[in-house]
Write a protein that binds this ligand. Structure first.
Ligand SMILES: Nc1nc2c(ncn2[C@@H]2O[C@H](COP(=O)(O)OP(=O)(O)OP(=O)(O)O)[C@@H](O)[C@H]2O)c(=O)[nH]1
Ligand SMILES: [Mg+2]
Length: 363
């Protein structure tokens, strides 16, 4: 079970270019609006230096990293919520994603057509987000009247709270505030989760900057960071990423250094998506198989066991836990146990990033 992210944005902003670089796949990228018609789906392994070190230590028979799935979604235009362009398709692909990577054009290139003459990234973002909010509003219009009636006829209806949260969402959207920025509590989010509001998805904004701005970000990035929060904005040059993807791995570091970059943008993108979604990685080593697992931060040991197998969650007894660092320092699993560094944790233990976990369960 890997995280699913969808690349969204206006046409011709560089989504497919970035997708290709990510997957080194063959999604068609050309200077032609709507060239992405079918969803292009790629699964990308999450770079994990810790996993590599554990592999060196443990010499397992097999190693499995975590992965993120990216879907290159067709460009959106104004009116998508009314079915314009490929609106319906666009919206259903957005619905399937756990999170969105919103690609925003911040590069100037007269030869690549853009929906409007001037570069205006914040307005472009508003166009895309208002289509998502309009789709949410339509969904609200379908459910609110019935729910309202239900709660009015039965004052003790268990759905009263849901109605209250939905009303807040409606008011927020009418005020141009996407559900994700309303500040709902976890409990409120859970109450309305079944409605799968599109504007509730966590979003990471990728500022696709010109090559000259790749190292510094340039003027647009500063403005986006100010408006959206620096932690939500990632400057990347899709063009450079595409070039790096073509290079043999041995030549990549040098190429990056020449451009004043430390890390590939797509690696930063994967890291940022993890952070934005509050995901952590834990590890298991069983039957000579070393495996990394993805988990939302704060999840407890039985839920983590459930990632591996539902039986392990249901029959959960306890977990033996050490940090990766403890394991690496001790020199092996046997040594770790001998040194007494293997902690016993119960149902209430919230698994932490980097934990190496051995689950005990009733089969
Ligand atoms: N100069 C420059 N051109 C770019 C950059 N990123 C993408 N392009 C060009 O912009 C054009 C459109 O890029 P795509 O990646 O196909 O755009 P898209 O967002 O997938 O477009 P649709 O699928 O039509 O929605 C192509 O000609 C790319 O080469 C960039 O960083 N700099
Ligand atoms: Mg495309």
């Amino acid at each position: 079970m890997s995280l699913t992210t969808g690349l969204v944005g206006l046409p011709n902003v560089g989504k497919s270019t970035l997708f290709n670089a990510l997957t080194q796949g063959a999604a068609e990228a050309s200077n032609y609006p709507f060239c992405t018609i079918e969803p292009n789906v790629g699964v990308v392994e999450v770079p994990d230096p810790r996993l590599a070190r554990l592999e060196q230590l443990l010499h397992p028979e097999s190693v499995t990293a975590t992965a993120i799935q990216f879907t290159d979604i067709a460009g959106l235009v104004e009116g998508a919520s009314k079915g314009e362009g490929r609106g319906n398709e666009f919206l259903s692909q957005v619905r399937e994603a756990d999170a969105l990577v919103h690609v925003v054009r911040c590069f100037e290139d007269a030869s690549v057509s853009h929906v409007s003459a001037e570069l205006e990234p914040l307005r472009d973002i508003a166009v895309v987000e208002s289509e998502l909010m309009l789709a949410d509003l339509q969904a609200l219009e379908r459910v609110l009247p019935t729910l309202d009636k239900q709660v009015r006829t039965d004052p003790r209806s268990p759905r009263r709270h849901e109605l209250e949260v939905l009303r807040r969402i409606e008011a927020g959207i009418l005020d141009s505030c996407p559900v994700a920025r309303l500040g709902l509590s976890r409990e409120e989010e859970a109450t309305v989760a079944a409605h799968s509001f599109l504007s509730a998805k966590p979003v990471l904004y990728v500022a696709n900057v010109g090559e000259a701005d790749a190292a510094t970000g340039g003027p647009w990035v500063a403005r986006l960071e100010e408006a959206l929060g620096a932690e939500n904005v990632l400057p990347i040059s899709a063009q450079i990423e595409a070039e790096i993807a073509q290079l043999p791995p041995a030549e990549r570091t040098e190429f990056l250094a020449e451009l004043g970059l430390e890390q590939r943008g797509i690696d930063r993108l994967i890291e940022a998506a993890y952070a934005r979604l509050g995901l952590i990685t834990f590890y298991t080593m069983a039957n000579d198989k070393l495996q990394a697992w993805q988990l939302p931060g704060g999840w407890h040991a039985p839920e983590a066991a459930g990632r591996i197998h539902t039986d392990m969650e249901q029959g959960f007894i306890r977990a033996e836990v050490a940090t990766s660092e403890e394991l690496l320092a001790s020199g092996g699993l046997h040594e770790l146990r001998q040194a007494g560094h293997l902690r016993t944790e119960g149902r209430d233990y919230a698994v932490r990033d980097g934990d190496v976990v051995h689950f005990l369960f009733k089969a």
